[in-house]
Design a protein around this ligand. Sequence first.
Ligand SMILES: [Zn+2]
Length: 326
Amino acid sequence: MSKNRVIIAENRLHRPDYFSGMQAAAKAELCPFDPGAEELTPQTILRLDDASGNWRVRVIPNLYNALSIEEPKSTERIGFFERQDGLGAHEVVIEHPEHEKRFGTFEHEDFLYYLKALHHRLEDLRKDTRLEYVQIFKNSGAKAGASMTHPHSQIIATPFIPRRLYDELVNQKAYHAEHGRGLLEDMLHEEMRLNERIIYENRSMVLLAPYASFFPFEVWVVPKIPVSSMLELSQAQQDDLAAAMRVLFSRMEGQLGDFPFNMAFYERPARCEHDPEKIMEGVESYFRFHIRVMPRIYQLAGFEVSTGVHINPVPPELAASRLKEA
Ligand SMILES: [Zn+2]
């Protein structure tokens, strides 16, 4: 009864974790994401090699995809209801050749390769005029919804802008119209002034535990410079982003161990066909690219699911001070 869409994807049923979390916990005999097992995964979309010709990052289509790039873009009404064919892209980014690697043990160079791969895929997917929004995300750990233990992220590109993001953009546009500055720009400015929830900063990136965060130990990576997409980052700024991510995950592991989390990249939409609130007008100036890392150390339960209101047992000020000291 909201304006939210749901992706109904039956082939997701067959993905490994459907048969309980046991398989996710134990390492499969042959991991399809390991070097040497490339023939087990579908064709390679992108591969970044090191100087000796070994791959550092591989991007492949998701075998248990929620959306497919071969579908036409069409919407039909079925009486009261509306349906759209499952057009979209669903890709897996194999972040590292080593099965046991984690973001918490990544080197600076590992993050650089990772970001470079995301950059390429984002650039490519944004060109497809049927697609409106690209979501890069990561599930790490069974409690965060991961079905494979090998370090990986996913990219889903949709032919519509997800409702919650559209609504957020409506709010941000209205804020910009009223104040002449972006919401995240002002929030960052205020956080830097108060300096209660800032964890780390370098030339162009800041790590902060956001005010009234939804999740315990939630951390955002926010650029100091006005960029609405990671595609606008210079080489030096990508380097700063890699450095910030390394600090973030090594300190988080210092506090929480090998913790389950979701991570999401928030990007300016590529386009928007049905745009009653005209959110695409001036989106480059009111929206700022950022990354949210959401540890899943407590399960969401009935209250959160029924109301959308989160209960967070760790104040962000405490999280920030712990991560600053770590
Ligand atoms: Zn593996």
